[in-house]
Every structure is written in C-alpha cells, then in structure tokens.
Design a protein around this ligand. Structure first.
Ligand SMILES: *[C@@H]1O[C@H](CO)[C@@H](O)[C@H](O)[C@H]1NC(C)=O
Ligand SMILES: *[C@@H]1O[C@H](CO)[C@@H](O)[C@H](O)[C@H]1NC(C)=O
Ligand SMILES: *[C@@H]1O[C@H](CO)[C@@H](O)[C@H](O)[C@H]1NC(C)=O
Ligand SMILES: *[C@@H]1O[C@H](CO)[C@@H](O)[C@H](O)[C@H]1NC(C)=O
Length: 597
C-alpha cells in the first residue's frame, strides 16, 4: 500500500535521489510493518494484539515480546585450526543427527523411536513428541533444514485425542508446550505460538478441580479429566511444573486464565502449613482439598522440578516474583538442613528422602538436577534474599552433590551412572563411629567452619575412584542408565557459574561412555546395567534425550554462551524461555501480587 502512494512517473525525471527515497521507504516498511502484519494475520482471533511498534521508542529499543536468537553460523566455531571443544560440540551434533535421523526414518508421525527394533511408540498422546522436543535443539545446533521441515509437521498438529484417550498434564505441559514455546522464542515463527496457544487452552480443564491442583490427565477434545494411579491425588511435581510455561504463554497472548490458574496453585503453596515436615513439601497432595496426604518429602521423582520452578519463576519474570523466590530460599535451606548427608569414608555428599522425618538414604539420578539449581540460585539471588553464609553453603552443596553424581558415572564399568542407589550406613560398616546414621552434611559443615575451613569443604573434594563394589559405599537399586540428562545439566550450570573446566571434562567423559555403550544402528538405547558392558540395551529412546541430554552436552562444549543464563530460563525439560517483565496493565489485569516487592 505504501508503494501505491508514490508517483512512479517522477522516478524517471530525477532517478537517483528518488530511487534512494523509495528504497529507504520500502526498507522502513519491510522492517517495521511486514513481520507484524504477517503475525496479526495469523492471530486474527486473539483478543489482544500487542502494539507492534511504539513510535516514542527508537526501533532498537522497542519492547520485545520475545528474545529471538539466530542459530549459530555453522563455521563460526573454529575459524583457526582445530579447537578441541568445538570438535566435541560437533560430535554432539553428529549424535543428535544420528538420533533424530533414526526417529525420522523409522518413527515419523509417532512419539518416539524404538532403537533396537526400528519400531515406534506413542508414549505421550501420539502427536509426534520427538519432533516438538527436538525443535529448539535443532535451532541451537544450526540445523535449519531439519527445523524448517519440522515446522511443517507442527503446523499440522491438532492435538486431538480419541474419546477414551487422555493427555497427562505434567508431561504434556513440560514436553509439548515447553518445546513449542521455546522454539517460538528462539525462532520467532508464529506458527509455533499458534500451536502453543491451542494446546495451552486445551489442557486448561486439568486445572478445573475444587482446589485448583491439576488432575492427572485430560481429553483435549471433550475436556473430560481423569485421575492416574494415585486416585484423588496430585503429585507435588505435577502441581508446580506448569508455571513457567503458562505464565510465559499468558505474557505472549494476553490471556488471563493462563496466568491465574497456575498462580492459584502457588498461593496454595504459600499458605501451606509445613511445620510437620520442617518446611519441606510433601510429595503427594489431595486434589480436592489442596492439602498434603503424606509426610514423605523428597527432591527426587514426585518432587524434583517443583523446587526448581520456585527459583525459576522469579528469574523468568525479570526477578520480580519475590514470593516464589522467598519460598525457594526457605525450601533450599530446609533441603540443606534435613536432606543432605555424607558417607563415612569417601565423603560422598548425597540428597535423600524422609519418611516420618527419617532418611531413607536412597539417592536418585533424577536428584542430580539439584546441584544445577542450587548453583543458579547462589549465582543470582540478591544479598537481601541470601546471606553470605547461606550463599557459600548453597554453592558448596551444589559442588558436592555434583561430585557424587560424577562419582556414580566414574565408578561404573560402562562409565554411565545407575538410576538409583542406596548409600551404605555406618550400621553396615562397624568401623565408623556414629551408629545408624550417616553424618548430616550441615553438621560436618559447622565443624569445618569451626575448625577454620582448612582444605575443601566436606563432600566437595574430587571423589576417590572406586571401581570395586566394596569401596563404593552404595548399592545399586536400579542398575539402568536411561539416557537421562540431570547430571550433565548440572555440569553445564556449574561450568557456567564457576568456570571450572573439570565439569566440561566430565561431561565429555559421559558423552564418550554414551557413544560406546548406548549408540546403536537405530539411534541410542537406554542401558540395562551400567556395570555390564556386554548386556544388550533397552528398546527405548525417550524424547528427553534429544531435548535435554544432547542439548546440555552441546551447550557445555560450545565456547559461546548460546543461551545466556541471565536472559533465558530452562524449563525442566531443558526448553529455554526468555526472561520478561510484566507491564503495569498486566499486573493489574492478572492480579499479580506486588505486595512483597
Ligand atoms: C534399523 O535401521 C538401521 C538403518 O537406519 C539399520 O542399519 C539397522 O540394521 C536396522 N535395525 C534393525 C533391527 O532392523
Ligand atoms: C496433516 O494432517 C492430515 C490429517 O490429520 C493428514 O492427512 C496430512 O497428511 C498431514 N499433512 C502433513 C504434511 O503432515
Ligand atoms: C501448623 O501445624 C502445626 C501442627 O502440625 C500446628 O501446631 C500449628 O498451629 C499450625 N500453624 C498454623 C499457622 O496453622
Ligand atoms: C568398612 O569401611 C572400611 C574402611 O574404613 C572398608 O575397608 C571396608 O571395606 C568397609 N566394609 C564394608 C562392609 O563396607
């Protein structure tokens, strides 16, 4: 339309200045209006469209709804000769191409590939999970043609289910919704936002319970909901692992229920009386009443990402949600006081569960996310939220726990860690003094402080290697390695927070072990027994392997910080979302609590 306003006949008379004027106008037109008019066409039905451009802001300062990142230039990494880390990053990219290629060849249209039989499985709703989970990893790796092809698949997604089928709320939100939102934030392709909005609204009925805690699963077409194996109950991690995704979606779309529904869950947590569990959150809650039904506390399965999402809600909202932040600090302090123990000889620091305030001394690979979260908190929390004493403890706990996660890899014959271990206690080994209980880490730290802090803090020294079973100080309860990301995730955060290259080296050791043991012709297969190099793998390649494990390994070896931790927040499925700030009208319209700010 701008072109029609120009009198073309004048161009011939004074060609050069006119041409410059036209080109300039066209360039301005394209720069300011074209992307936005495309976007508003795709979103003709949304109730509110963010003004595309505010005239009082120069263009480079205009408010961004999202922080698009260009994929790295394929040759930017090693302009001069061979760079070890760049070569290693390339090796991870090859691994991704092998894994995704196997999925694409043998399981297109399904959720996951079965790597030992070249079959496929619809593990989560049958909508093509691996494609959605892989989008942001492809973008970061610069795999543009795969990404573009995948957008075509996503564009066609309806998220429909047969009448008898149900989408599990937790997995669908963190994997599908998180994957779509993150790929949108990175690429700016509005098809991804349209699909995220579809899915977000179709999943909302799961939050229509009496208490507001999510019910296990929902039929996306009828809106009917159902309980899972814990009838009438909600696992704590299910309740608190949807806030990042829905709040960002509220921010992008201007739809209030996306914010309100998940913030109401937070309000239940702020009001909870945790006297009986020493400020820790029980793992199972009554879906109708919104109260705990157990006194078991854990940071492993059933709980893990809930602690993570307290800190990350504060980070994602431009460090404004201080209520979530304060709850994180209180919870992390309680974890450190009540759940951390040291083994007597190797001084392995571990985090365990409590049942009726008694430690079980189990330690799960899933809990290896905790060191990354503690390190991120120690790095980002301001002085009025975390005292110097607390900050030192959070960081030492992060390093010590990550050391143990590493020890579990280094000890095993395959170089891969078991999924769950039980720590030996002094009762099993009479040579140690304290009967029945491993030393609480906090007591060891107090002693170390009192003695003038000589040497490394308890539990943070490099673990003594122990290939022999007798020396390990734990027994394996689940002997498999399920291609899980938590340890390399924490290695990545620790590398970025401390700059200690040991974490990078350990990530490389994990990658090499994985290549040797888990890689098969049809992708990567979970390992049945980490101490048996001969045993066949397990016929599964979970989508989180592409979303998380390979992404964190790639980021660990890439010199450039592709996802700066002060501007992006990883959801619990490693899908990065950009930090944003609520405007005044959003605060008012959504009822965002600013009391505690
Ligand atoms: C699976 O497919 C790959 C090629 O993608 C092939 O090399 C391999 O032999 C196949 N495996 C089985 C069990 O058919
Ligand atoms: C899109 O979906 C329809 C039906 O759901 C299917 O028939 C069609 O082949 C799909 N197209 C692509 C490109 O996947
Ligand atoms: C919290 O629960 C404890 C018992 O577990 C009780 O003694 C205390 O009064 C309760 N506090 C509040 C504020 O309700
Ligand atoms: C007990 O600890 C000692 C080292 O203090 C070790 O040599 C021994 O193997 C341990 N015994 C058992 C049963 O773990």
């Amino acid at each position: 339309m701008a072109v029609a306003l120009l009198d073309l006949s004048t161009i011939a008379r004074r060609p050069i200045p006119r041409l410059i004027a036209i080109v300039t106008i066209l360039a301005l037109f394209v720069f300011f209006f074209v992307p936005n008019s495309l976007e508003s066409k795709r979103f003709a039905n949304t109730p509110y469209v963010r003004p595309p451009f505010f005239p009082d802001h120069p263009p480079h300062e205009r408010p961004q709804r999202h922080g698009h990142l260009r994929p790295p230039h394929p040759h930017a990494k090693h302009p001069h000769g061979v760079d070890t880390w760049a070569t290693r990053a390339d090796a991870v990219k090859d691994a991704f191409l092998h894994a995704y290629g196997a999925y694409r060849e043998h399981a297109s249209g399904h959720d996951e590939v079965l790597p030992l039989t070249n079959g496929s499985v619809d593990s989560f709703n049958g909508w093509g999970l691996t494609v959605v989970e892989s989008l942001d990893t492809m973008w970061l790796m610069g795999l543009r043609s795969h990404f573009d092809e995948a957008i075509g698949v996503v564009a066609n997604m309806t998220f429909h289910l047969e009448p008898h089928a149900y989408a599990p709320f937790f997995e669908t939100i963190i994997r599908y919704l998180g994957g779509l939102l993150s790929a949108y934030a990175l690429s700016g392709d509005s098809i991804l936002l349209a699909r995220a909005d579809d899915l977000g609204s179709m999943m909302l009925p799961a939050l229509e319970t009496r208490s507001g805690l999510p019910i296990y699963a929902v039929n996306t077409v009828s809106g009917k909901t159902k309980y899972g194996w814990t009838s009438g109950k909600t696992l704590w991690a299910e309740a608190l692992s949807c806030q990042l995704e829905y709040k960002y979606l509220a921010y992008l779309t201007g739809r209030k229920p996306y914010y309100r529904k998940v913030e109401d869950i937070m309000q239940i947590m702020y009001a909870a009386n945790l006297t009986k569990t020493q400020d820790l959150f029980p793992t199972v809650w009554d879906t109708v009443r919104g109260t705990p039904t157990t006194d078991v506390v854990s940071v492993g399965a059933f709980a893990d990402s809930a602690y993570e999402y307290m800190l990350k809600q504060w980070l994602l909202t431009g460090r404004s949600d201080t209520q979530a932040r304060n709850l994180y600090v209180r919870s992390a302090n309680a974890i450190i006081s009540h759940l951390l123990f040291l083994t007597p000889n190797r001084r392995l620091l571990y985090v365990t569960d409590l049942s009726t305030n008694k430690p079980t001394h189990t330690f799960e690979h899933l809990s290896c996310f905790l060191p990354g979260v503690l390190a991120l908190g120690a790095k980002t929390l301001p002085a009025d939220a975390l005292s110097p004493h607390e900050r030192a403890r959070h960081l030492a706990a992060a390093q010590g726990l990550a050391q143990t996660c590493w020890a579990l890899y280094a000890d095993a014959q395959t170089g891969l860690a078991p999924d769950e271990v039980v720590m030996h206690r002094p009762a099993q080994n009479s040579s140690t003094s304290v009967a029945g209980v491993n030393m609480p880490w906090e007591d060891a730290m107090d002693e170390w402080d009192a003695a003038g802090r000589g040497g490394a803090a308890p539990g943070t020294a490099d673990p003594v290697s122990a290939r022999r079973l007798d020396d390990r100080e734990y027994d394996m309860r689940k002997r498999s390695w399920l291609l899980r990301p938590e340890a390399v995730e924490s290695f990545y955060v620790l590398w970025r927070v401390t700059g200690d290259v040991r974490w990078r080296e350990r990530g490389w050791a994990v990658f090499e072990a994985m290549e040797k043991t888990a890689r098969v012709a049809g992708g990567y297969a979970s390992v049945m027994d980490v101490d048996d190099v001969e045993r066949a793998g397990k016929n599964e390649m979970p989508s989180y392997f592409l979303a998380e494990t390979l992404k964190y390994l790639y980021l660990l070896f890439t010199d450039e910080e592709l996802i700066p931790l002060d501007r992006w927040v990883f959801n619990t499925e490693a899908h990065p979302l950009p930090v944003f700030e609520w405007t005044d009208w959003e605060r008012e319209m959504y009822g965002i609590n600013s009391m505690s700010i």
